[in-house]
Write a new protein. Structure first.
Length: 615
Protein backbone atom coordinates (compact mmCIF):
# COMPACT_ATOMS: atom_id res chain seq x y z
CA UNK A 1 0.00 0.00 0.00
CA UNK A 2 1.20 3.50 -0.84
CA UNK A 3 -0.20 6.34 1.22
CA UNK A 4 0.03 9.91 -0.07
CA UNK A 5 0.78 11.85 3.12
CA UNK A 6 -1.33 15.00 3.45
CA UNK A 7 -2.72 14.38 0.01
CA UNK A 8 0.67 14.40 -1.72
CA UNK A 9 2.51 17.36 -0.23
CA UNK A 10 5.78 16.65 -2.02
CA UNK A 11 4.41 17.57 -5.42
CA UNK A 12 1.51 19.92 -4.74
CA UNK A 13 0.53 22.02 -1.71
CA UNK A 14 -0.55 19.85 1.15
CA UNK A 15 -4.17 18.84 1.61
CA UNK A 16 -5.13 20.56 -1.65
CA UNK A 17 -7.55 18.96 -4.09
CA UNK A 18 -4.81 19.12 -6.73
CA UNK A 19 -2.50 17.05 -4.55
CA UNK A 20 -5.16 14.43 -3.93
CA UNK A 21 -6.15 14.24 -7.59
CA UNK A 22 -2.55 13.81 -8.71
CA UNK A 23 -1.87 11.19 -6.04
CA UNK A 24 -4.87 9.08 -7.03
CA UNK A 25 -4.02 9.31 -10.73
CA UNK A 26 -0.48 8.29 -9.84
CA UNK A 27 -1.72 5.05 -8.30
CA UNK A 28 -1.61 5.71 -4.58
CA UNK A 29 -3.73 3.26 -2.60
CA UNK A 30 -4.66 5.73 0.14
CA UNK A 31 -4.78 9.42 0.92
CA UNK A 32 -3.94 10.76 4.37
CA UNK A 33 -5.28 14.17 5.36
CA UNK A 34 -5.32 16.23 8.54
CA UNK A 35 -8.67 17.80 9.38
CA UNK A 36 -9.72 20.76 11.47
CA UNK A 37 -13.10 22.07 12.55
CA UNK A 38 -14.08 25.64 11.74
CA UNK A 39 -16.11 27.97 13.92
CA UNK A 40 -19.27 27.09 11.98
CA UNK A 41 -18.56 23.32 12.32
CA UNK A 42 -17.25 22.71 8.82
CA UNK A 43 -14.59 20.00 8.51
CA UNK A 44 -11.63 21.23 6.45
CA UNK A 45 -8.37 19.63 5.38
CA UNK A 46 -5.64 21.63 7.04
CA UNK A 47 -2.55 20.54 8.96
CA UNK A 48 -1.73 23.29 11.42
CA UNK A 49 -4.13 24.69 14.07
CA UNK A 50 -3.09 28.23 13.12
CA UNK A 51 -3.03 29.83 9.69
CA UNK A 52 0.51 30.77 8.78
CA UNK A 53 2.60 31.82 5.82
CA UNK A 54 3.94 28.32 5.18
CA UNK A 55 0.52 26.96 4.32
CA UNK A 56 -1.64 29.95 3.33
CA UNK A 57 -1.68 33.33 1.67
CA UNK A 58 -3.81 36.40 2.17
CA UNK A 59 -2.64 39.82 1.04
CA UNK A 60 -4.57 41.53 3.78
CA UNK A 61 -3.06 39.54 6.63
CA UNK A 62 0.44 39.34 8.07
CA UNK A 63 0.75 35.97 9.76
CA UNK A 64 4.00 36.84 11.49
CA UNK A 65 2.20 39.31 13.73
CA UNK A 66 -1.42 38.27 13.68
CA UNK A 67 -1.77 34.46 13.71
CA UNK A 68 -5.30 33.15 13.25
CA UNK A 69 -6.74 29.86 14.48
CA UNK A 70 -8.77 27.75 12.07
CA UNK A 71 -11.22 27.08 14.91
CA UNK A 72 -11.88 30.84 15.26
CA UNK A 73 -12.85 31.36 11.61
CA UNK A 74 -15.94 30.41 9.66
CA UNK A 75 -15.43 28.51 6.42
CA UNK A 76 -16.55 31.51 4.36
CA UNK A 77 -13.77 33.47 6.04
CA UNK A 78 -11.27 30.72 5.29
CA UNK A 79 -12.14 31.07 1.61
CA UNK A 80 -10.34 34.41 1.72
CA UNK A 81 -7.12 32.44 2.01
CA UNK A 82 -5.24 30.58 -0.69
CA UNK A 83 -3.00 27.63 0.08
CA UNK A 84 0.17 26.52 -1.59
CA UNK A 85 2.34 29.62 -1.41
CA UNK A 86 5.47 28.81 0.57
CA UNK A 87 8.15 31.04 2.00
CA UNK A 88 11.50 30.25 0.39
CA UNK A 89 12.91 29.55 3.85
CA UNK A 90 10.25 27.02 4.82
CA UNK A 91 11.25 23.40 5.37
CA UNK A 92 8.75 22.26 2.78
CA UNK A 93 10.10 24.58 0.10
CA UNK A 94 13.67 23.46 0.84
CA UNK A 95 12.91 19.75 0.92
CA UNK A 96 10.50 19.50 -2.00
CA UNK A 97 11.83 21.51 -4.91
CA UNK A 98 9.05 20.42 -7.27
CA UNK A 99 6.29 21.78 -5.12
CA UNK A 100 3.98 24.15 -7.00
CA UNK A 101 2.36 27.39 -6.05
CA UNK A 102 -1.29 27.20 -7.02
CA UNK A 103 -3.33 30.34 -7.29
CA UNK A 104 -6.90 30.21 -6.10
CA UNK A 105 -6.42 26.78 -4.47
CA UNK A 106 -8.67 27.05 -1.43
CA UNK A 107 -8.69 25.06 1.81
CA UNK A 108 -10.99 22.15 0.86
CA UNK A 109 -13.95 20.72 2.70
CA UNK A 110 -13.86 17.04 3.63
CA UNK A 111 -16.97 16.25 1.58
CA UNK A 112 -15.36 17.67 -1.56
CA UNK A 113 -12.34 15.44 -1.05
CA UNK A 114 -14.54 12.37 -0.67
CA UNK A 115 -16.48 13.25 -3.83
CA UNK A 116 -13.22 13.64 -5.74
CA UNK A 117 -12.02 10.25 -4.50
CA UNK A 118 -15.29 8.58 -5.51
CA UNK A 119 -14.93 10.01 -8.99
CA UNK A 120 -11.30 9.03 -9.46
CA UNK A 121 -11.03 5.67 -7.72
CA UNK A 122 -13.29 2.83 -6.64
CA UNK A 123 -10.79 1.34 -4.19
CA UNK A 124 -8.58 4.03 -2.63
CA UNK A 125 -9.15 4.65 1.07
CA UNK A 126 -8.70 7.79 3.13
CA UNK A 127 -6.86 8.12 6.43
CA UNK A 128 -8.54 10.99 8.26
CA UNK A 129 -6.17 12.28 10.92
CA UNK A 130 -8.14 13.98 13.68
CA UNK A 131 -6.26 16.84 15.27
CA UNK A 132 -6.69 17.96 18.85
CA UNK A 133 -5.14 21.02 20.44
CA UNK A 134 -5.75 23.56 23.17
CA UNK A 135 -7.60 25.78 20.71
CA UNK A 136 -10.15 23.12 19.82
CA UNK A 137 -10.69 21.16 23.02
CA UNK A 138 -14.34 22.23 23.21
CA UNK A 139 -14.79 20.95 19.66
CA UNK A 140 -13.47 17.42 20.14
CA UNK A 141 -16.84 15.70 20.42
CA UNK A 142 -18.20 17.80 17.60
CA UNK A 143 -15.34 17.00 15.23
CA UNK A 144 -15.92 13.28 15.76
CA UNK A 145 -19.63 13.62 15.06
CA UNK A 146 -19.21 15.84 12.03
CA UNK A 147 -16.55 13.68 10.38
CA UNK A 148 -18.66 10.56 10.85
CA UNK A 149 -21.76 12.32 9.52
CA UNK A 150 -19.95 13.52 6.40
CA UNK A 151 -18.49 10.08 5.66
CA UNK A 152 -21.93 8.52 6.05
CA UNK A 153 -23.64 11.17 3.92
CA UNK A 154 -21.10 10.64 1.15
CA UNK A 155 -21.36 6.83 1.46
CA UNK A 156 -17.62 6.68 2.20
CA UNK A 157 -17.51 5.29 5.72
CA UNK A 158 -16.42 1.85 4.49
CA UNK A 159 -13.40 3.45 2.80
CA UNK A 160 -12.46 5.70 5.72
CA UNK A 161 -9.90 5.04 8.46
CA UNK A 162 -9.72 7.44 11.38
CA UNK A 163 -6.34 8.06 12.95
CA UNK A 164 -4.91 10.40 15.56
CA UNK A 165 -2.17 10.84 18.14
CA UNK A 166 -4.99 11.40 20.59
CA UNK A 167 -6.23 7.95 21.64
CA UNK A 168 -9.02 9.38 23.79
CA UNK A 169 -10.35 11.31 20.78
CA UNK A 170 -10.42 8.10 18.75
CA UNK A 171 -12.27 6.34 21.55
CA UNK A 172 -14.95 8.99 21.06
CA UNK A 173 -15.14 8.07 17.38
CA UNK A 174 -15.82 4.47 18.37
CA UNK A 175 -18.50 5.57 20.82
CA UNK A 176 -20.19 7.68 18.15
CA UNK A 177 -19.87 5.01 15.43
CA UNK A 178 -18.83 1.49 16.55
CA UNK A 179 -18.39 0.31 12.94
CA UNK A 180 -15.88 3.03 12.09
CA UNK A 181 -12.34 1.86 11.32
CA UNK A 182 -10.03 3.42 13.91
CA UNK A 183 -6.23 3.29 13.76
CA UNK A 184 -4.45 5.24 16.55
CA UNK A 185 -0.86 6.37 16.09
CA UNK A 186 1.84 4.97 18.38
CA UNK A 187 4.67 7.42 18.97
CA UNK A 188 7.67 7.24 21.32
CA UNK A 189 6.13 4.38 23.28
CA UNK A 190 9.55 2.85 23.87
CA UNK A 191 10.30 5.83 26.14
CA UNK A 192 7.53 4.80 28.54
CA UNK A 193 9.11 3.09 31.55
CA UNK A 194 6.53 3.83 34.22
CA UNK A 195 2.96 4.92 34.76
CA UNK A 196 4.23 8.49 35.13
CA UNK A 197 5.72 8.25 31.64
CA UNK A 198 2.45 6.77 30.45
CA UNK A 199 0.49 9.71 31.88
CA UNK A 200 2.93 12.23 30.46
CA UNK A 201 2.82 10.81 26.93
CA UNK A 202 0.57 13.07 24.84
CA UNK A 203 -1.07 10.25 22.93
CA UNK A 204 -2.66 8.82 26.08
CA UNK A 205 -4.01 12.12 27.44
CA UNK A 206 -7.53 11.68 28.74
CA UNK A 207 -7.16 7.96 29.41
CA UNK A 208 -6.98 6.51 32.94
CA UNK A 209 -3.55 4.86 33.31
CA UNK A 210 -4.66 2.86 36.38
CA UNK A 211 -7.46 1.30 34.40
CA UNK A 212 -5.05 -0.27 31.93
CA UNK A 213 -1.91 -0.47 34.09
CA UNK A 214 0.47 -0.41 31.13
CA UNK A 215 -1.31 -3.32 29.44
CA UNK A 216 -1.45 -2.18 25.84
CA UNK A 217 -3.16 -5.31 24.55
CA UNK A 218 -5.99 -4.76 27.02
CA UNK A 219 -6.20 -1.08 26.10
CA UNK A 220 -6.34 -1.77 22.36
CA UNK A 221 -9.00 -4.44 22.77
CA UNK A 222 -11.19 -2.49 25.16
CA UNK A 223 -11.03 0.68 23.10
CA UNK A 224 -12.02 -1.34 20.03
CA UNK A 225 -9.19 -0.20 17.76
CA UNK A 226 -8.92 -1.87 14.37
CA UNK A 227 -5.32 -1.06 13.49
CA UNK A 228 -2.19 0.74 14.61
CA UNK A 229 0.07 3.21 12.87
CA UNK A 230 3.54 3.10 14.34
CA UNK A 231 6.84 4.88 13.90
CA UNK A 232 9.95 2.91 12.97
CA UNK A 233 11.39 3.66 16.41
CA UNK A 234 8.51 1.74 17.99
CA UNK A 235 8.94 -1.46 15.93
CA UNK A 236 10.17 -3.37 19.00
CA UNK A 237 7.06 -2.42 20.92
CA UNK A 238 4.82 -3.49 18.03
CA UNK A 239 6.56 -6.85 17.91
CA UNK A 240 5.91 -7.32 21.60
CA UNK A 241 2.13 -6.99 21.30
CA UNK A 242 1.55 -8.74 17.96
CA UNK A 243 0.56 -12.38 18.03
CA UNK A 244 -0.35 -14.74 15.22
CA UNK A 245 -3.99 -14.84 16.29
CA UNK A 246 -4.30 -11.07 16.57
CA UNK A 247 -6.70 -9.77 13.91
CA UNK A 248 -5.64 -6.16 14.26
CA UNK A 249 -3.83 -4.57 11.29
CA UNK A 250 -0.53 -2.75 11.58
CA UNK A 251 1.17 -0.24 9.32
CA UNK A 252 4.35 1.76 9.62
CA UNK A 253 3.88 5.49 9.97
CA UNK A 254 6.54 8.09 9.34
CA UNK A 255 8.96 9.42 6.74
CA UNK A 256 10.86 6.94 4.63
CA UNK A 257 13.24 7.31 1.72
CA UNK A 258 11.31 7.75 -1.52
CA UNK A 259 12.28 5.14 -4.13
CA UNK A 260 13.64 6.81 -7.26
CA UNK A 261 10.98 5.29 -9.49
CA UNK A 262 8.26 7.11 -7.55
CA UNK A 263 9.89 10.53 -7.30
CA UNK A 264 7.99 11.80 -10.32
CA UNK A 265 4.77 11.36 -8.36
CA UNK A 266 4.46 12.84 -4.91
CA UNK A 267 6.67 13.65 -1.98
CA UNK A 268 5.80 12.20 1.40
CA UNK A 269 4.22 8.80 1.40
CA UNK A 270 4.55 5.56 3.29
CA UNK A 271 6.16 2.77 1.28
CA UNK A 272 6.74 -0.43 3.25
CA UNK A 273 6.74 -3.33 0.84
CA UNK A 274 9.04 -5.29 3.17
CA UNK A 275 6.98 -4.67 6.29
CA UNK A 276 5.45 -8.01 7.38
CA UNK A 277 2.50 -6.22 8.97
CA UNK A 278 1.82 -4.12 5.91
CA UNK A 279 0.61 -6.58 3.33
CA UNK A 280 -2.94 -5.78 2.28
CA UNK A 281 -1.83 -6.52 -1.27
CA UNK A 282 0.74 -9.36 -1.09
CA UNK A 283 1.55 -8.75 -4.75
CA UNK A 284 3.34 -5.43 -4.50
CA UNK A 285 4.91 -3.22 -7.15
CA UNK A 286 8.22 -5.10 -7.05
CA UNK A 287 6.84 -8.36 -8.45
CA UNK A 288 3.86 -7.55 -10.66
CA UNK A 289 4.98 -8.61 -14.13
CA UNK A 290 2.39 -6.80 -16.22
CA UNK A 291 -0.30 -4.15 -15.93
CA UNK A 292 -3.12 -4.27 -18.46
CA UNK A 293 -4.57 -0.76 -18.84
CA UNK A 294 -8.12 -0.76 -20.21
CA UNK A 295 -9.64 2.63 -21.03
CA UNK A 296 -13.37 3.13 -21.43
CA UNK A 297 -15.90 5.76 -22.40
CA UNK A 298 -19.59 4.86 -22.87
CA UNK A 299 -18.90 1.31 -24.01
CA UNK A 300 -21.44 -0.61 -21.95
CA UNK A 301 -22.28 -2.86 -24.91
CA UNK A 302 -18.63 -3.87 -25.40
CA UNK A 303 -16.90 -3.70 -22.01
CA UNK A 304 -17.74 -7.22 -20.90
CA UNK A 305 -16.29 -8.75 -24.05
CA UNK A 306 -13.14 -6.67 -23.63
CA UNK A 307 -12.68 -7.70 -19.99
CA UNK A 308 -13.38 -11.37 -20.69
CA UNK A 309 -10.70 -11.34 -23.39
CA UNK A 310 -8.25 -10.25 -20.68
CA UNK A 311 -9.48 -12.37 -17.78
CA UNK A 312 -9.46 -15.51 -19.92
CA UNK A 313 -5.85 -15.07 -21.03
CA UNK A 314 -3.72 -18.10 -20.19
CA UNK A 315 -0.35 -16.93 -18.87
CA UNK A 316 2.65 -18.60 -17.26
CA UNK A 317 4.35 -15.46 -15.94
CA UNK A 318 2.12 -15.11 -12.86
CA UNK A 319 -0.64 -12.81 -11.69
CA UNK A 320 -1.00 -9.54 -13.53
CA UNK A 321 -2.82 -6.32 -12.78
CA UNK A 322 -5.92 -4.99 -14.53
CA UNK A 323 -6.47 -1.23 -14.39
CA UNK A 324 -9.74 0.13 -15.73
CA UNK A 325 -9.70 3.89 -16.31
CA UNK A 326 -13.15 5.22 -17.13
CA UNK A 327 -13.04 8.59 -18.85
CA UNK A 328 -16.35 10.01 -17.64
CA UNK A 329 -18.86 7.50 -19.01
CA UNK A 330 -22.53 8.39 -18.66
CA UNK A 331 -23.78 4.82 -19.11
CA UNK A 332 -23.33 1.59 -17.13
CA UNK A 333 -19.76 0.89 -18.27
CA UNK A 334 -18.24 1.15 -14.78
CA UNK A 335 -21.04 -0.82 -13.12
CA UNK A 336 -20.64 -3.69 -15.58
CA UNK A 337 -16.86 -3.60 -15.32
CA UNK A 338 -16.95 -3.62 -11.51
CA UNK A 339 -19.16 -6.69 -11.56
CA UNK A 340 -16.94 -8.54 -14.03
CA UNK A 341 -13.76 -7.68 -12.10
CA UNK A 342 -15.17 -8.43 -8.65
CA UNK A 343 -13.23 -11.68 -8.31
CA UNK A 344 -10.01 -10.45 -9.95
CA UNK A 345 -7.29 -10.27 -7.34
CA UNK A 346 -5.22 -7.31 -8.50
CA UNK A 347 -7.31 -4.55 -10.01
CA UNK A 348 -7.87 -0.84 -9.92
CA UNK A 349 -10.97 0.96 -11.16
CA UNK A 350 -10.32 4.66 -11.65
CA UNK A 351 -13.02 7.13 -12.68
CA UNK A 352 -12.06 10.55 -13.98
CA UNK A 353 -13.59 13.49 -15.80
CA UNK A 354 -13.29 13.31 -19.56
CA UNK A 355 -9.71 13.83 -20.74
CA UNK A 356 -9.77 11.80 -23.93
CA UNK A 357 -8.20 8.39 -24.49
CA UNK A 358 -4.74 9.89 -24.00
CA UNK A 359 -5.58 11.28 -20.58
CA UNK A 360 -7.11 7.97 -19.51
CA UNK A 361 -4.04 6.04 -20.68
CA UNK A 362 -1.72 8.42 -18.83
CA UNK A 363 -3.73 7.90 -15.66
CA UNK A 364 -3.42 4.15 -16.06
CA UNK A 365 0.28 4.35 -16.81
CA UNK A 366 0.99 6.38 -13.68
CA UNK A 367 -1.13 3.99 -11.59
CA UNK A 368 0.46 0.81 -13.00
CA UNK A 369 2.58 -1.36 -10.71
CA UNK A 370 3.69 -3.80 -13.42
CA UNK A 371 7.13 -3.91 -14.98
CA UNK A 372 5.49 -3.91 -18.41
CA UNK A 373 2.24 -2.37 -19.68
CA UNK A 374 -0.26 -3.12 -22.44
CA UNK A 375 -3.21 -0.98 -23.48
CA UNK A 376 -6.70 -2.04 -24.53
CA UNK A 377 -9.59 0.16 -25.67
CA UNK A 378 -12.92 -0.69 -24.07
CA UNK A 379 -14.61 -1.58 -27.35
CA UNK A 380 -11.80 -3.87 -28.60
CA UNK A 381 -10.50 -7.23 -27.36
CA UNK A 382 -7.39 -9.40 -27.14
CA UNK A 383 -6.96 -12.65 -29.00
CA UNK A 384 -6.26 -15.78 -26.84
CA UNK A 385 -2.59 -16.15 -25.94
CA UNK A 386 -1.79 -12.51 -26.70
CA UNK A 387 -0.38 -11.44 -23.35
CA UNK A 388 1.78 -14.56 -23.06
CA UNK A 389 3.29 -13.98 -26.53
CA UNK A 390 3.95 -10.27 -25.98
CA UNK A 391 5.38 -10.76 -22.49
CA UNK A 392 7.67 -13.62 -23.56
CA UNK A 393 9.13 -11.53 -26.37
CA UNK A 394 9.80 -8.37 -24.39
CA UNK A 395 11.46 -10.33 -21.59
CA UNK A 396 13.65 -12.44 -23.89
CA UNK A 397 14.61 -9.55 -26.19
CA UNK A 398 14.96 -6.94 -23.41
CA UNK A 399 13.32 -4.45 -25.77
CA UNK A 400 11.71 -1.14 -24.87
CA UNK A 401 8.68 -2.07 -26.95
CA UNK A 402 7.36 -5.11 -28.82
CA UNK A 403 5.01 -4.80 -31.80
CA UNK A 404 2.62 -7.52 -32.92
CA UNK A 405 -0.07 -7.94 -35.53
CA UNK A 406 -3.69 -6.85 -35.24
CA UNK A 407 -6.88 -7.50 -37.11
CA UNK A 408 -9.69 -5.14 -37.96
CA UNK A 409 -13.15 -6.32 -37.05
CA UNK A 410 -15.78 -4.66 -39.24
CA UNK A 411 -18.77 -4.93 -36.94
CA UNK A 412 -21.44 -4.02 -39.48
CA UNK A 413 -20.25 -6.60 -42.05
CA UNK A 414 -19.02 -9.08 -39.41
CA UNK A 415 -15.75 -9.52 -41.33
CA UNK A 416 -12.08 -9.43 -40.37
CA UNK A 417 -8.93 -8.19 -42.05
CA UNK A 418 -5.35 -8.77 -40.89
CA UNK A 419 -3.51 -5.46 -40.79
CA UNK A 420 0.17 -6.24 -40.95
CA UNK A 421 2.70 -8.72 -42.26
CA UNK A 422 5.80 -9.11 -40.10
CA UNK A 423 8.03 -9.58 -43.14
CA UNK A 424 7.01 -6.16 -44.43
CA UNK A 425 9.00 -4.60 -41.59
CA UNK A 426 12.31 -5.87 -42.94
CA UNK A 427 14.71 -4.94 -45.72
CA UNK A 428 16.77 -8.09 -45.91
CA UNK A 429 17.73 -8.80 -42.31
CA UNK A 430 17.39 -5.19 -41.16
CA UNK A 431 14.30 -3.46 -39.83
CA UNK A 432 12.70 -1.01 -42.26
CA UNK A 433 12.37 1.93 -39.89
CA UNK A 434 10.06 3.75 -42.30
CA UNK A 435 7.60 0.86 -42.08
CA UNK A 436 7.92 0.88 -38.30
CA UNK A 437 7.08 4.59 -38.36
CA UNK A 438 3.83 3.79 -40.17
CA UNK A 439 2.81 1.30 -37.44
CA UNK A 440 1.19 4.03 -35.35
CA UNK A 441 -1.71 2.54 -33.33
CA UNK A 442 -1.12 1.57 -29.72
CA UNK A 443 -2.86 -1.74 -30.40
CA UNK A 444 -1.01 -5.00 -29.91
CA UNK A 445 2.09 -3.50 -28.28
CA UNK A 446 3.79 -4.08 -24.95
CA UNK A 447 6.06 -1.49 -23.33
CA UNK A 448 8.71 -1.36 -20.65
CA UNK A 449 6.89 0.92 -18.21
CA UNK A 450 9.99 2.45 -16.68
CA UNK A 451 11.35 3.30 -20.13
CA UNK A 452 8.18 5.31 -20.83
CA UNK A 453 8.26 7.04 -17.44
CA UNK A 454 11.98 7.85 -17.50
CA UNK A 455 11.75 9.28 -21.02
CA UNK A 456 8.52 11.16 -20.29
CA UNK A 457 6.68 9.43 -23.12
CA UNK A 458 3.02 10.14 -22.46
CA UNK A 459 -0.08 10.69 -24.56
CA UNK A 460 -1.41 14.17 -25.37
CA UNK A 461 -4.70 14.70 -23.58
CA UNK A 462 -8.15 15.96 -24.60
CA UNK A 463 -7.71 15.00 -28.25
CA UNK A 464 -8.24 12.06 -30.58
CA UNK A 465 -5.47 10.63 -32.84
CA UNK A 466 -3.30 10.73 -29.71
CA UNK A 467 -1.48 7.58 -30.84
CA UNK A 468 0.35 9.53 -33.55
CA UNK A 469 2.15 11.84 -31.14
CA UNK A 470 2.93 9.03 -28.69
CA UNK A 471 4.34 6.89 -31.50
CA UNK A 472 6.56 9.67 -32.87
CA UNK A 473 7.98 10.38 -29.41
CA UNK A 474 8.56 6.67 -28.91
CA UNK A 475 10.44 6.48 -32.21
CA UNK A 476 12.53 9.48 -31.22
CA UNK A 477 13.67 7.88 -27.95
CA UNK A 478 13.49 4.09 -28.39
CA UNK A 479 16.74 2.15 -28.00
CA UNK A 480 15.51 -1.31 -28.94
CA UNK A 481 12.30 -2.77 -30.30
CA UNK A 482 11.14 -6.17 -31.43
CA UNK A 483 8.35 -7.59 -33.61
CA UNK A 484 6.32 -10.78 -33.43
CA UNK A 485 3.95 -12.10 -36.09
CA UNK A 486 1.15 -13.16 -33.69
CA UNK A 487 -2.24 -11.54 -34.22
CA UNK A 488 -2.85 -10.29 -30.68
CA UNK A 489 -5.39 -7.49 -30.95
CA UNK A 490 -8.84 -7.07 -32.51
CA UNK A 491 -9.69 -3.48 -33.37
CA UNK A 492 -13.40 -2.89 -33.77
CA UNK A 493 -14.71 -0.68 -36.56
CA UNK A 494 -18.11 0.04 -35.11
CA UNK A 495 -21.39 -0.17 -36.94
CA UNK A 496 -24.74 1.28 -35.98
CA UNK A 497 -25.35 4.48 -34.07
CA UNK A 498 -22.60 4.14 -31.46
CA UNK A 499 -19.72 5.31 -33.64
CA UNK A 500 -16.12 5.79 -32.61
CA UNK A 501 -14.81 9.32 -32.14
CA UNK A 502 -12.06 8.67 -34.68
CA UNK A 503 -14.67 7.96 -37.38
CA UNK A 504 -16.20 11.43 -37.13
CA UNK A 505 -13.95 13.38 -39.48
CA UNK A 506 -15.62 16.79 -39.63
CA UNK A 507 -16.45 17.63 -36.01
CA UNK A 508 -14.64 20.46 -34.25
CA UNK A 509 -12.99 18.04 -31.85
CA UNK A 510 -11.79 15.77 -34.65
CA UNK A 511 -10.37 18.62 -36.72
CA UNK A 512 -8.75 20.33 -33.75
CA UNK A 513 -7.17 17.01 -32.79
CA UNK A 514 -5.79 16.52 -36.29
CA UNK A 515 -4.38 20.04 -36.41
CA UNK A 516 -2.76 19.58 -33.01
CA UNK A 517 -1.38 16.18 -34.06
CA UNK A 518 0.26 17.70 -37.14
CA UNK A 519 1.81 20.51 -35.11
CA UNK A 520 3.13 18.18 -32.39
CA UNK A 521 4.48 15.49 -34.70
CA UNK A 522 6.18 18.04 -36.95
CA UNK A 523 7.82 19.53 -33.88
CA UNK A 524 9.15 16.09 -32.93
CA UNK A 525 10.35 15.50 -36.50
CA UNK A 526 12.37 18.71 -36.31
CA UNK A 527 13.66 18.44 -32.75
CA UNK A 528 14.79 14.81 -33.07
CA UNK A 529 16.17 15.09 -36.61
CA UNK A 530 13.87 12.51 -38.20
CA UNK A 531 15.33 13.44 -41.58
CA UNK A 532 18.50 11.54 -40.67
CA UNK A 533 16.93 9.12 -38.21
CA UNK A 534 14.38 7.89 -40.79
CA UNK A 535 15.89 8.78 -44.18
CA UNK A 536 13.98 8.61 -47.44
CA UNK A 537 10.67 9.70 -45.89
CA UNK A 538 9.00 13.05 -46.54
CA UNK A 539 7.58 13.62 -43.07
CA UNK A 540 5.56 16.69 -44.09
CA UNK A 541 3.99 14.80 -46.98
CA UNK A 542 2.74 12.10 -44.61
CA UNK A 543 0.62 14.65 -42.79
CA UNK A 544 -0.74 16.66 -45.72
CA UNK A 545 -0.90 14.09 -48.51
CA UNK A 546 -2.59 11.44 -46.40
CA UNK A 547 -3.66 12.30 -42.85
CA UNK A 548 -5.32 15.66 -43.40
CA UNK A 549 -6.87 14.35 -46.62
CA UNK A 550 -9.01 12.00 -44.51
CA UNK A 551 -10.84 15.10 -43.29
CA UNK A 552 -10.88 16.82 -46.67
CA UNK A 553 -12.42 14.00 -48.73
CA UNK A 554 -15.84 14.11 -46.93
CA UNK A 555 -16.20 17.65 -48.37
CA UNK A 556 -16.80 16.49 -51.94
CA UNK A 557 -20.37 17.74 -51.75
CA UNK A 558 -20.69 20.59 -49.26
CA UNK A 559 -24.32 20.91 -48.21
CA UNK A 560 -24.60 20.78 -44.43
CA UNK A 561 -23.69 23.40 -41.86
CA UNK A 562 -21.16 20.94 -40.42
CA UNK A 563 -19.42 20.69 -43.82
CA UNK A 564 -19.43 24.45 -44.28
CA UNK A 565 -17.84 24.98 -40.89
CA UNK A 566 -15.27 22.23 -41.44
CA UNK A 567 -14.31 23.66 -44.85
CA UNK A 568 -13.54 27.08 -43.40
CA UNK A 569 -11.69 25.58 -40.45
CA UNK A 570 -9.41 23.56 -42.75
CA UNK A 571 -8.87 26.61 -44.99
CA UNK A 572 -7.70 28.65 -42.00
CA UNK A 573 -5.33 25.93 -40.82
CA UNK A 574 -3.62 25.17 -44.13
CA UNK A 575 -3.29 28.88 -44.95
CA UNK A 576 -0.74 29.09 -42.13
CA UNK A 577 1.26 26.23 -43.65
CA UNK A 578 0.91 27.01 -47.36
CA UNK A 579 4.61 27.09 -48.21
CA UNK A 580 5.36 23.74 -46.57
CA UNK A 581 2.29 22.11 -48.10
CA UNK A 582 3.09 23.19 -51.65
CA UNK A 583 6.62 21.86 -51.26
CA UNK A 584 5.62 18.42 -50.04
CA UNK A 585 2.34 17.33 -51.66
CA UNK A 586 2.05 15.36 -54.90
CA UNK A 587 0.38 16.70 -58.00
CA UNK A 588 -2.75 14.58 -57.60
CA UNK A 589 -3.90 16.56 -54.53
CA UNK A 590 -2.43 19.94 -55.48
CA UNK A 591 -5.63 21.25 -57.16
CA UNK A 592 -7.59 20.42 -54.01
CA UNK A 593 -5.24 22.36 -51.76
CA UNK A 594 -5.15 25.28 -54.17
CA UNK A 595 -8.95 25.51 -53.97
CA UNK A 596 -8.72 25.54 -50.17
CA UNK A 597 -6.05 28.24 -50.28
CA UNK A 598 -8.55 30.32 -52.28
CA UNK A 599 -11.43 29.51 -49.88
CA UNK A 600 -13.38 28.35 -52.97
CA UNK A 601 -15.72 25.62 -51.79
CA UNK A 602 -17.26 24.94 -55.19
CA UNK A 603 -13.88 24.45 -56.79
CA UNK A 604 -12.81 22.33 -53.82
CA UNK A 605 -15.84 20.04 -54.23
CA UNK A 606 -15.13 19.59 -57.95
CA UNK A 607 -11.47 18.75 -57.36
CA UNK A 608 -12.26 16.35 -54.53
CA UNK A 609 -14.75 14.46 -56.71
CA UNK A 610 -12.23 14.32 -59.54
CA UNK A 611 -9.58 12.98 -57.17
CA UNK A 612 -11.93 10.34 -55.73
CA UNK A 613 -12.94 9.19 -59.22
CA UNK A 614 -9.28 8.61 -60.11
CA UNK A 615 -8.21 6.61 -57.08
Amino acid sequence: MRIAHRGGVGFYPENSLSAIEYSLKSGFDAIQIDVRLTKDLKVVAYHAPMLNAEFTRNKACSFDYDPLAVADLTYSKLLDFEIGVKRTSSDYALNYKRQKNINNEKIPLLENILRLMKRLSENAVIFINLQSSEKMNHFESEVCKRVIEICEEEDFLHRSIFSSFDWWLLSQVKSVCPVAQVWPIIYKVKEIKSLDDFTANEIFAGLDPKKYNFDFKKMINELGFDGLLYNKADREFINSIVSSDNEIEFASWGWVNIPKKYRHCCGDFVENVNDPYFARDPLNSSNIPLSLILTSYNVEEYIDEALLSVINQSVTFGDFEIILVDDGSGDDTVKLASSRLSAWKHKKIIMQSNSGAGGARNTGLLAAKGQYVCFLDGDDYFEPGSLEALYAEIVSSQSNVVLSNRKKFYEKRNTFKIDYDKNAYFQGTEFDIAKIKARIPIHGKIFDKQFLIDNKIFFPEKMSVEDFVFHYELLAKVKKFSIISDVTYAWRKRGGGNTSLTQDRLSDSSLNSRFRQIELTQSLVFNYNFKNKIPGVNHHRTDYQYRLMRHILPLGDIKSELQEKAFLKICDFIAKNKKVILQCIKNDVRPIYEAFFEYDKNKASIEIKRYVDNI
